[in-house]
Each structure stands twice: as C-alpha cells, then as structure tokens.
Design a protein around this ligand. Sequence first.
Ligand code: FEO
Length: 169
Amino acid sequence: MLSKTMYAALNKHMNTELFSAYLYLNMAAAANEMGFKGGANWFTVQYQEEMVHFMKFYTYINSQGAQAVVDKMAKPASSFSNLLNFFEETLKHEQFITKCINDVTELAVKEKDHATQIFLQWFVTEQIEEEENDREIIGKLKMIGDNGYGQLMLDNELGTRVFVPPPAV
Ligand code: FEO
C-alpha cells in the first residue's frame, strides 16, 4: 500500500516519464526534418525506452492498489539548432530526471516504504546509463565540430541504435 504522499510523488513522476517520451518523439521528428536520419532513429529508440519507463510506474502504482492517472502536460520543445544542441538538451533533461528520481527515492526512504525503494532502484541505475550515453555523444560531437564528414559518420552511428526492451521490474 502507498501513502498519499508516496502515491502523489510516484504519479507525478510517471507523468514526467511520459513527458520525456513526448519530448524525444518531437526530437526524432525534428532530427528527421533536418536530415539527421540516424539521429531520428536514436530519438525514436529513446522515445520507446521512455514509454517503458512510464509503463513501469503505471503498472507499479496500479499493483499497489492505487490508481495511476495520466495528467495534462507542458508542451515539449520541438525546435533544435544542430546535433550538439539536441544532445545538450537531452543531457540537461536527463539530469533533471535523475534529480526527480533521487527525490522520490528519498521520500520512499523517509517513509520506510521498502517496496517502492526496491522498485526505484532500477531507475537509479538506469539514470547513470542515460547520462553517460549523452555525455559520450556530446564529447564526440565537440571533437567533430563543424566537420561535415564527421557529422555524417556520427549520424550513421546513431542510426545503428536498436530498442531492447528492459526486463520487467
Ligand atoms: Fe526515463 Fe530518460 O529517463
């Protein structure tokens, strides 16, 4: 069973994961429109991952005898200047998500809600990987700079990303 406070925090974060999915879907379309087909693929995979994150919260809340509620959300950004800008915005967003996950986890610790702590552990670990991936791509883009050939090669690399569904929690 979830306390009222724990439920509110989990449901709020579930909606933040859905916002993430919408943001990356916008990024995929923007990258495609700018000719970055590989980038479009990378963000489509990211969108799929975020939908899994969203559904993990949705399923967990419902499994605890509470009711997950999808809320109205802010309009995600849809305009980006170049590949570096896409990934700098992605890293910034993921750092925000890490903070949110840490805040919800702290609440679960404070409330001695062990089940929710165990549920959130997967997300704590996942955020390390999310930020690491973004930093790695940003590093490469900074090395490449304005070199068109380099950008093309990196875009090709982004095109090889495939969606691998994570194991159910
Ligand atoms: Fe679901 Fe990218 O955090």
